[in-house]
Structure formats: C-alpha cells, structure tokens
Design a protein around this ligand. Structure first.
Ligand SMILES: Cc1cc2nc3c(=O)[nH]c(=O)nc-3n(C[C@H](O)[C@H](O)[C@H](O)COP(=O)(O)O)c2cc1C
Length: 689
C-alpha cells in the first residue's frame, strides 16, 4: 500500500502466526455474529487516531472483534500519569512510543493484523494517507485536540467515512455517530468562531448533554478547561471501547439501527443512568444553548479555582519546600517565608499578624511555625533527609528558625507523607459515630509524651463545647477588630483560595453566606444587623449544629513539666505534635476543625486585656473565661489546642484553602549567616524519624 507520507509505516504481520488460527481465535464471537459476518469484519479496516486513554482500548477491543486492518497514529510516549487508564501503559512501557506498544499488543492477539502505523501522529499533510481504505474512523484524539479533530471529521465526511466518537466522561461515556450525508461534526458541536475555552465547553456538553457526571464530581479543583487539564478514569475508557465497538459492528455489518447525530447516547455506570436523546440543531438547540450559557460560567469558575499542576522540582530543597507549603496556619495566613542558605540549610522567617486572634503575643503563629516544621520534617523524609531545627530568636516581630536537612540514606519516608496536601480543615457537620478505641489511641500516640488529650464525646459534652464555640463566635462577630481580619481573609470569589479562606468553606448555608457577603461590605452594616438580628444564624450553622454532629471535641494540654517550659521553643514543639495529630487523623479518614477562638477570648477575658473598644464585649469575654474554667479547668496545665473531629459526612472537597506559590514564599538569601551552627550539638533540634 502506498500511503504517500513518510511518517507512515505499513507493517504486515511480522509476528509469527504459528499456532494462530483466525476462525478459532474469534469463534466465541459467533452467535452474536454469524460466521460469514466474522469474515466480513476480517476484511475491514478501521482508523484510530490516538493510542492513549481511549484509543488503546479501542484498538484491543476491535482487534478482539476480529477486525483485520487498522490505521493507527500517535507521536507520544507513555508516562506515569497514563497508568490509571491507558491500555498500553505499564511500568514496562514507560517512555516507549504509544503507537508501537499498542501495535505489539494488538499483534499478540492477532498476528495476521495489517497495521499502518503513523509514528509521528497525523496532521493535514497525511490525513488522506491515514484514512486510505478505511471503513470507519473511531475517534480517540486527546479531549483538548479540537482543531485537528475538526479537520479529521470534515475529511471523513468528504470521503464518506462514518465516524464513531465515545468520550470517557467521569465513570461513563457519551457517544455519537456521524454518517456520510448526515449531520456534520461542526453542525452538531458548533465550534466555529468560539474561543478555545468555549470550544472545549461545547465539545464536552455536546458529548454529554445530560452531564450525569456532575452529581459525583467530588474534587472540582481538578478540572480546568482553560488550562487544558481534566480527570479521566480507566472505567470510562473501557466503557467507551465497548459502546464504540458495538456501533462499529452495526455500521460495518449494516444491521441494527444506527442513530447518527443529532442522536446522542450517554451511559453513566456510577449513577447507573442511560439516556439516548435527539438533539436537533446540536449545540444550537435552544435548550442546549441555555445549558451552554450555564456551562460557560461554570467552566470559568472551575478554571479560577483549579489548583495548578504540581511542579517538577529541580532540587530536593525545592521539592521539600513545595510540599511544606501545605502546612496549616490560622486563617491560612501562611506566616512563613523561606530563605535558602545552601542545598541543605534554610532559615524560616515567621511573622505574626498581630491581630486580635494572635493572642498571648502570637501564640497561634508559633503553633503554626511548629506545624510547618513538622511538615518540613515529613516532606524531608520523602527525599531521604533528616530535619533539625533551632530557634534563633525574634527581631522586629519576626521569628527566625534555622533548619538543616542533612542527607541520610537510612531515612525512610514517613507514612504521613501522602497526607500533607490531603489534610484539610472541615467546618461542616460530620457523622456522629464515635471514634473507635484504636483511632483514639493512634491519635493520642501521634501527640507524643509531652501532651495529653481530653475527649468530650457524650451528647452533653459536645453540646457544652459547641456552646463555648458559639459564645466565641458571638464575640468575634460583634467586634470591629475581628471584622477587619474577616474582611482580609475571607475569599468571596473562589472555592479554592490560595491566600485566604473561601467563604464557601466556613459552614454557612448559601443564603446566609450571600447575606453575610453583602453585610460585610462595611462595618456599619454588620453592626446594625447584629443589633437587629443578633448572631444566632452564624452560631447555629457554624458552631451548634457542627458541634453536635461530630464524633467528639478534644482539648490538648501540655503535661505539667512541659508547661513549665514556656516560650517559642515549647509552642513550636506543640505545633509539631499537633501536626502529627492532624495528619494522623487524615490518615485514619477523619476530619478535624480546630477551634481556638474560645481559648483566645477566654485568655483575654481572664487577663482583662483590652482587646476591643467595646466595653460590653470585654465583660462577655470575662464570662467566657469563667465558663472555660468550668469546662476545661484552665487553672490546671495549659490547654494549647482544641477542636472537634469525626468521620466526614461526604467525601467531596468542594471548597478549601490552598496555598501561595512557592515563589511567593521565598526570600532572597543575602541575610544568610556565613556559618551554620551545628544544631545537633546544641541539643535544640527537632524530632527526626
Ligand atoms: C494554629 C491554628 C489555629 C487554627 N484555628 C482555627 C479556628 O479557630 N477555627 C477554624 O475553623 N480553623 C482554624 N484553623 C484552621 C485553618 O484556618 C486552616 O488550617 C487554614 O485555613 C488552611 O486550610 P487547610 O487546613 O484546609 O489546609 C487553625 C489552624 C491553625 C494551624
């Protein structure tokens, strides 16, 4: 066969056909196919562009159907991220060309296959060669390759070649057939004249007008049509191959009804839903236009919320710092900046906010510093490095901590490592199933010997803790000092906020959230609303309901001897212990919400500190201090942390704080000290595994 393009390699069956017998190999198709039909399929040729996600499965399924010849094309090679779904992806095929790998797999099924392999992919120059002698084209180009797809479909239309396209969407498939003389790709999808992002929306919604997959999209931050990123499952790829092959059977054998576009088909295995619909006008259909208008907005929102693709780190230090960014901090302020000194050493600068929540001269900030150091330690273990730290002191309100990351071949990756980016605060209601004895033991052990934990689990105890939280909410919503902080940190635009807390993640229902957004535009509105309506909706939704619906609340205290060691060193170590606690909770499938506001205002109340200009509130804080004393025995060893824990009601991550990019957290290294102290010699080093 003369294909007329140099990228074409036509390989006749080179694999040994010894022992192979076509009739025997495909005899189990008979019954659903007649023996004569099987021979018809043997004489057919199918083109498949793209040997990745769905193309590899198409090739294998159609080969097993007994198709005798293929044109296949792909210029790409297999990589790790293909393993979840691509038929040819395996540890053995990493780095190998997709087209060649799939050709080999297909020939191992049918050594007599005739294959035209387009190793360098297809473009305008070799489309005709690719489609030469082809009976059906099965589309499996990458979702985002729309320009070439348009050309390929148009050429098939001109040449009278039917096309089957099955898109792997969610855990299902949306599929269409285009036949000669029928509706064209462009008439159905209507891509001409649209921006690339809108073209992608049109394409997705044309494939799945019912969008069944929306009901189980648990992490929307993974979809970014603008940035050309989207999730895809092996489940969907296999379903695509099955439904497309069934359409191919009908087209090639000219039996069974083929419903060509504007008919669409959608099958979703997860939600067990099937729909075959007729969409006259395709995307120009009035109902579809309405859906598109909504989908454009949704797509913009998703792109805004998308978490950037993970960076490929150039050095161990970069990889460790990138992972350490996921440490939690109060209000997601990320008070740290990293000054790298050498490949093994850095200085962490920690600057508190000095706002009303940063009680006792910045205690939450120092706890957050501990959270960061523990995160650094866990991240370093993934790169076979120890971690030692040394508190250097405070200057102009900035704490400086020296961190060493020496290599250690014997270091094993900490089992908490995968949970660094997964751990996240959950401010919603949880299931009220109590924690098991094992879970409590593992959580307590995670804190280490310096700290003890008290559980508040009965209905009465949960109610009393929830009321303490509500009392603190009443205070913070009524003072301008806290209002200033809320204005700064609440993100009303995004569901995934790198610089603050999304308003959708604070636990309010959509109506109350909208009302709060409007009120919070200025303090006078908030103040007036508080006087008129009080703070009961916020207290109910943010404290009382979630406070009741959880496994339990907890208070973490320093043991007596540890409590005596006051100061930054102690608080940083407490933060380290608490991060192990929180990461362990994540590993156990639990969610957590810290609740430090009651502690904060009780401390102000006890010390009669003038934290607000409102005298009435000062008295309220004093009463809260008395109540805290009754509940937590504040006269005893110090409570350093409190919160609630439980099994999440839903697995969905629909809103959360993310993090600033690493570049924003780096400081130039001019201030680095010339001599690094030997931290291990000082004895003030952080735990190592
Ligand atoms: C020291 C500290 C205090 C915190 N206090 C509270 C709190 O009182 N209430 C709350 O809802 N979240 C609290 N958080 C959770 C942070 O707001 C949250 O960790 C941060 O926004 C980052 O989000 P992420 O945990 O989802 O990554 C606290 C976190 C830390 C480290």
């Amino acid at each position: 066969m003369d294909t007329g393009a140099k990228s074409v390699g036509l390989r006749r069956a080179s694999a040994s056909a010894a022992g192979f017998c076509y009739e025997e190999a495909f005899s189990r198709n008979l019954g659903w196919l007649t023996a004569a039909e099987q021979q018809v399929l043997r004489g057919k040729k199918i083109a498949i562009a793209g040997m990745g996600g769905v193309g590899g499965s198409h090739l294998l399924t159609l080969t097993r159907l007994g198709i005798g010849a293929f044109s296949i094309a792909d210029f790409d090679t297999f990589e790790l991220a293909n393993l979840n779904r691509q038929a040819g992806a395996s540890m053995a095929s990493l780095g190998k060309p997709k087209a060649e790998t799939m050709a080999k797999m297909a020939r191992e099924i049918n050594p007599t296959l005739k294959l035209a392999i387009f190793h360098e992919g297809i473009d305008e120059t070799n489309l005709d060669a690719f489609l030469s002698g082809v009976d059906v084209y099965v589309d499996s180009l990458d979702f985002f390759v729309l320009d070439l797809r348009q050309k390929l479909f148009a050429r098939c239309h001109d040449l009278g070649i039917p096309v089957v396209i099955a898109g792997p969407i969610g855990m299902g498939t949306g599929y269409l057939v285009f036949v000669p003389g029928g509706m064209t790709f462009e008439q159905y999808f209507r891509l001409e004249g649209l921006s690339p992002e809108r073209q992608r929306v049109n394409f997705a919604l044309g494939l799945t007008p019912r969008a069944f997959q929306r009901s189980y999209l648990v992490d929307p931050s993974r979809i970014d049509l603008k940035g050309m990123r989207g999730p895809s499952t092996g489940i969907a790829c296999e379903l695509c191959a099955g439904v497309a092959a069934a359409e191919v059977v009908k087209l090639l054998l000219k039996r069974g009804r083929v419903r060509a576009a504007p008919w669409y088909h959608q099958f979703d295995a997860y939600s067990a839903k099937w729909k075959r619909g007729w969409l006259p006008g395709g995307n120009r259909n009035p109902i579809q236009r309405l859906k598109l208008a909504i989908a454009y907005r949704l797509s913009e929102r998703l792109s805004r919320d998308a978490i950037p693709s993970p960076r490929v780190p150039k050095t161990d230090m970069e990889a460790i710092l990138d992972a350490a960014r996921w440490a939690p901090s109060g209000d997601n302020i990320q008070p740290w900046r990293f000054e790298t000194v050498t490949e093994d050493r850095l200085i962490v600068h920690i600057k508190g906010t000095g706002d009303v929540y940063d009680y006792r001269d910045g205690e939450p900030t120092l706890l957050a510093a501990g959270f960061l150091l523990e995160t650094l330690r866990v991240a370093a273990s993934g790169r076979k490095r120890w971690m030692y730290w040394n508190y250097l002191g405070r200057q102009d309100g900035v704490h400086r901590i020296s961190v060493e990351l020496p290599r250690g071949p014997q270091v094993v990756a900490d089992e908490l490592l995968p949970f660094l980016p997964i751990r996240s605060v959950d401010r919603g209601a949880y299931r009220s199933a109590p924690l098991t004895g094992d879970q409590k033991r593992l959580l307590t052990e995670a804190l280490g010997p310096g700290f003890s934990i008290e559980w508040h689990e009965t209905l009465g105890e949960r109610w009393r803790q929830a009321r303490l939280n509500a009392a603190a909410t009443d205070i913070r919503l009524r003072i301008p000092e806290a209002y200033a902080v809320h204005r700064k940190i609440l993100d009303w635009e995004r569901n995934f906020s790198p610089t603050g807390i999304p308003s959708t993640a604070i636990g309010l229902d959509p109506l109350a959230r909208r009302l709060s957004g409007w009120l919070m535009r200025n303090w006078r509105r908030v103040d007036r609303a508080n006087r008129l309506m009080g703070t009961s909706i916020a207290r109910l939704e943010m404290d009382l309901i979630p406070g009741l619906f959880c496994a339990g609340h907890f208070s973490v205290r320093a043991r007596e001897d540890e409590a005596k060691r006051d100061g930054p060193q102690f608080l940083i170590e407490a933060g380290q212990a608490l991060q192990r606690f929180w990461l362990t909770a994540a590993r156990l499938g639990l969610r957590m919400q810290p609740s430090l506001a009651p502690l904060c205002f009780a401390i102000y109340g006890r010390d009669r500190a003038p934290f607000t200009c409102d005298d009435g509130i000062l008295k309220q804080a004093h009463r809260l201090a008395e109540r805290m004393k009754d509940e937590l025995g504040a006269a005893g060893p110090r409570v350093v942390f409190r919160g609630r824990v439980g099994v999440p009601a839903s697995a969905a991550v629909s809103a959360r704080s993310t993090r600033r990019e690493l570049e924003e957290l780096l400081v130039p290294g001019e201030r680095a000290e010339p001599e690094a102290p030997d931290l291990r010699a000082t004895g003030t080093y952080g735990r190592s595994p």
